[in-house]
Design a protein around this ligand. Structure first.
Ligand code: SOE
Length: 384
């Protein structure tokens, strides 16, 4: 039996993303022992549908099971903090969905708990693990782009564009004070910080709620699906869209936007990073292409290909060139890296998965955005 097949995992949450976790773990060869659903009935139904051997009735049952080594948390954001605390206290490794917590006060505590536990504690910033993002990070580290000057881009979606679209993320008690910024903007912030190696020092943000009232279904609705049946009118206090200016420690600047109401943009993350030697750009909807821009030579498009990539890019790639690696592959590549560290007994040098410190940085960024938007001024992350 391979080392990875000896590791036993459980997944909390059985919706869209919980299912992606189970499928990626299976492909990796991890032993998926059980799931915990939003109710015992729902957990049993999903366990049957996914052919997972066990549905736990409660988190306590799951944590009492000595045969579980790693727990994946894919529940709504408000549950991350209490669940992660219990998982670490039970002596298990944890892989938590993003954003890590509801506030930076919670995430600060989670960082300390993870450190004290000595366990692997990763945050699901999976987009780092599209191979060409690893390639781009390797290029920046090697100095191929020179010093980074200007970062631009967006993360836009359309699945919440209509007043009848509904999801738990719309409710601040479940998702946090920020929605488009917390749910998808933090992906962009994490990814560009990973690629450039730069951290924001201050932000200036404006948040917009184009749809202050929506029709909330009285029954449950899964992410990226439409509800059916009766609804009630609900007031919305989270951002449909945001515009954010960023200053970095080295004098670099960024401008980015987030939106969950841009018709036709299904799941579009784009970044464009301009350095003193060259620039690079990537688009999540064409993930196997990396633009490389030159001033004194023709521009290039690197198609993902082992024979043309640098070390970090090759390490994250799985399929042969021309066989496009997408969303599900990024989870496979991400979990492959995290589980290699579980087997090694700790984070190894060169590991590039997002730590709880990274997740905490994104929460500080979010808290600074909230403060900036409410006070209409630049806010330093050090104020948070
Ligand atoms: C919904 O906006 C969502 O599922 C995010 O929560 C994920 O992080 C992103 O990968 C796709 O969109």
């Amino acid at each position: 039996m391979s080392d990875i097949a000896k590791i036993r995992a459980a997944v909390i949450g059985t919706g869209f993303i919980g299912t992606v976790h189970v499928q990626a773990l299976r492909r990796l060869g991890v032993d998926v022992r059980g799931v915990l659903g939003s109710s015992p009935e729902r957990g049993r139904e999903r366990a049957r549908e996914m052919s997972v051997p066990r549905a736990f009735d409660t988190l306590d049952d799951l944590l009492a099971d000595e045969n579980i080594d790693v727990v994946h948390v894919t529940t709504p954001n408000h549950a991350h903090y209490p669940q992660v605390k219990s998982i670490l206290a039970a002596g298990k490794h944890v892989i938590c969905e993003k954003p890590l917590a509801m506030t930076s006060a919670e995430s600060a505590e989670m960082v300390d708990l993870a450190k004290a536990s000595g366990k692997i504690a990763a945050v699901c910033y999976n987009i780092r693990f599209y191979p060409l993002n690893q390639q781009a990070q390797g290029m920046v580290m090697a100095g191929d782009l020179g010093d980074i000057r200007f970062v631009t881009g967006h993360y836009h979606q359309d699945w919440l564009a209509k007043p009848t679209d509904w999801n738990w993320r719309l409710e601040s008690e479940m998702g946090g004070a920020l929605r488009s910024v917390g749910d998808i903007g933090t992906h962009w912030v994490d990814l560009t910080s990973f690629v450039t190696g730069l951290k924001a020092t201050s932000v200036f943000a404006e948040l917009t709620t184009f749809l202050p009232e929506r029709q909330k279904p009285l029954g449950p609705v899964e992410t990226f699906t439409s509800g059916t049946g009766e609804t009630e009118t609900a007031r919305i206090d989270t951002d449909d869209a945001a515009m954010i200016l960023i200053r970095y420690e080295n004098g670099a600047r960024a401008v980015m936007s987030t939106s969950q109401v841009n018709m036709g943009r299904k799941n579009s993350l784009q970044w464009d990073i301009a350095g003193t030697n060259a620039s690079a750009a990537w688009d999540s909807e064409t993930p196997d292409h990396l633009f490389i821009g030159h001033r004194d030579a023709p521009n290039q498009t690197l198609m993902r290909d082992f024979t043309l990539m640098n070390g970090p890019g090759i390490a994250a790639a799985t399929l042969p060139p021309g066989h496009v690696e997408g969303f599900a592959d990024s989870f496979f590549n991400f979990f492959r890296a995290v589980y290699a560290d579980v087997i090694a007994g700790g984070r190894q040098q060169g590991s590039t998965w997002a730590t709880f410190e990274d997740g905490h940085y994104e929460m500080q960024f979010c808290d600074a955005v909230v403060k900036s938007a409410s006070e209409s001024r630049w806010v330093d992350l050090s104020e948070i």
